[in-house]
Design a protein. Sequence first.
Length: 54
Amino acid sequence: MGLDVAWDSATRYAMLRVLGEVAATPVRALRGRRLEAEDFDRLLSNDPIRDVFV
């Protein structure tokens, strides 16, 4: 996919938590920067109902 992803444990754990959201996100939206845990966590912050229950 050609993505620049950090490989620390926080980033790996965040990727696993949001795997479904990552799969539904266009690759072009993820390119152009180094992806870290905060980037993956932001994919969930667009769902306020999920935020209440998680």
